[in-house]
Design a binder for this molecule. Sequence first.
Ligand code: RIB
Ligand code: CA
Length: 300
Amino acid sequence: MTLTPLVVDVDTGVDDAMALALAARLEGHELVAVTTVAGNVPLEYTTPNTLKVLEWVGSPAPVYRGMSAPLARPLVSAGHVHGDDGIGGWELPDPSTGTGDMTAPEAIIRLAREHAGNIDFAFVGPLTNLAVAVLLEPELPRMVSHLAIMGGAFFKPGNVTADAEFNIYVDPEAAALVADAGFNATWVGLDVTHQTVLDRDTWASLADADARDAVLVREVCRASFEKRGVEQVHLHDPLAVVVVERPSLIDGIPGEISVDVGAHRRGRTRVSPHVNGTGQAAQSVKVAEFQALFRGLLEG
Ligand code: RIB
Ligand code: CA
């Protein structure tokens, strides 16, 4: 079976780490590169976190370092959720490899040109790298088969403000540029990712697990359950990655996607179904099907 090349862009991050483990295991895709961006924590953490996680899951995918700040604003990070190091304090060995010899936007463009018409993208952090890549190569949207974005809150409230989800809030200018660029994009927002969770009981059931993916999930989520005392960890990024392989997991509302960049409604995302557009906003998700896929990861 011919595998479809996949590029994943991350701000590793607790759920990004789990998304990378899933991306490395997809049966219909080959993870050909991972690009890093500032988001949950600064780039000087998201990049080594990504190298460490890929080494832990045994993925040979090269990593390319991206933008260290949003296009037009100071970075807003989320260390209070992901830990100051970005992966919940899980101590992994220093990576034995470094990043590739080009920037993330350059790598995105090079791979899109190399696999034009047969390459998928999953972006699960602020969209800064993708916006820069589009500015460098305006034809990029027509080279990419399917783009899954973890971002937005179209029908439900945001998680930073009442309007805005974190990835979009951090760099609304980048998100607006991507929304207008013409990608065949599925926006996987909080509307569906708030339904896909790792609950405390499932996490506790991993206590004696020794499969590497299960250990990863247990250890990156440990601080969330033991220190922050949450009852569930949202699997935002893992859902977006799986949607690339299983688009039928979600039902979307097609139309024009818009992003507010003004101070008043910064990061608000809307879909206008009566307006022709190339995107869709996920409105519902087959939760049981996703949870079964995620459980498969845990069971190795
Ligand atoms: O709002 C959730 C998103 O913001 C996820 O991608 C999480 O990793 C953070 O980046
Ligand atoms: Ca993320």
